[in-house]
Design a binder for this molecule. Structure first.
Ligand SMILES: Nc1ncnc2c1ncn2[C@@H]1O[C@H](COP(=O)(O)OP(=O)(O)O)[C@@H](O)[C@H]1O
Ligand SMILES: [Mg+2]
Length: 301
């Protein structure tokens, strides 16, 4: 595992159609460091989803390179690409995309089955515990709230212990309070297990949970800033969770001390080894500042 599990080098994506060509990504070079939480923002049509799809191997760039954990995706055939995606990449969609006939635990087990593995109950339950849903294992999506469904989708994306978790507008279908739970969870994952997270959102409040923001316009990265650039000022007082000094247990609703050991030794090691002083201790980004940088961008377009 490299220090930058996701790298894009001069990535271009041109969609062709009878009516003409659309350059959705125009020479994008960007990388994502292990254990960081990045928000990708920009106006509608600026290329956010295309960036995520290319980075996740769901779509192939027209030009340039995408490197996941040191592997260049370009030369991989469809089968090899699918295998890499199943093992190394988690993806969460706005619409949850759970299989409605399956229970939460069956949904979470699905990526393991697709990878030809026989899911062990303990790892499936560990993934559900990690998102605070240990007690909902037997429920079907229709019996769960929107926020719970999205947390099941996150557990499903995490069960293969991917190098990176991509999320495209994961709170787009959720109300404010539920969104906050999902965003705190994503943020906690970066701290608790050193999970690299890349999230597309158009909401400055959602983006403020990240530790870095990339702004796209017309398929290019036009601005980028981190918590260190903007200083503290997060609107959500629960962010720092007063009364819970230990960042390893930042959210009592999700923390499950009993599961840390059963979740696999690899994650525990990388989480505690690399997470010191990272995301949970950070000040968070200010939604106001994010909104003003977005407004400046939109005014200049
Ligand atoms: N499959 C596709 N075929 C043709 N054009 C597409 C396709 N997907 C996206 N585009 C175009 O590429 C541009 C970027 O789209 P997208 O990445 O979805 O933007 P965003 O997620 O920022 O709203 C838009 O102009 C969009 O219309
Ligand atoms: Mg999009």
């Amino acid at each position: 595992m490299t220090d930058e599990p996701v790298q894009l080098w001069s990535v271009r994506k041109v969609y062709g159609s009878a009516a003409g060509e659309v350059t959705a990504l125009d020479d994008v070079t960007v990388s994502f460091r292990a254990g960081t939480f990045t928000a990708v923002m920009g106006p509608s049509g600026s290329g956010k989803s295309t960036l995520l799809h290319c980075a996740a191997g769901l779509d192939r760039p027209t030009d340039g390179k995408v490197i996941i954990d040191g592997t260049d995706l370009g030369p991989l055939g469809e089968t090899a690409l699918t295998l890499l995606r199943r093992r190394r990449i988690g993806f969460v969609f706005q619409a949850f995309n759970l299989v409605s006939a399956l229970t939460a635990e069956q949904n979470v087990a699905l990526p393991l089955r697709l990878a030809g593995l026989r899911p062990r109950g303990v790892e499936v339950r560990a993934a559900l515990a990690e998102v605070g849903l240990a007690d909902r294992a037997r429920h079907r999506p229709g019996e769960l709230s929107g926020g719970e469904q999205q947390r099941v989708a996150i557990a499903r994306a995490l069960v293969t212990r991917p190098s990176v978790l991509f999320a495209d507008e994961p709170t787009g279908a959720l109300d404010r309070a539920t969104s906050r739970d999902v965003l705190r969870l994503l943020r906690d994952l970066t701290g608790r297990r050193g999970q690299t997270v890349v999230m597309v959102t158009h909401d400055p409040v959602a983006a403020s949970y990240a530790d870095r923001v990339l702004l796209l316009a017309d398929g290019r990265v036009v601005d980028e800033f981190t918590a260190a650039d903007t200083g503290p000022g997060h609107a959500d007082p629960g962010h720092a969770d007063p009364g819970h000094a230990d960042p390893g247990h930042a959210d009592p609703g999700h923390a499950d001390p009993g599961h840390a050991g059963s979740g696999g030794s690899g994650s525990g090691g990388s989480g505690s080894g690399g997470a010191a002083g990272r995301a949970p201790a950070g000040p968070g980004l200010s939604p106001e500042l994010i909104a003003s940088r977005m407004a400046a961008l939109e005014a200049s377009c």
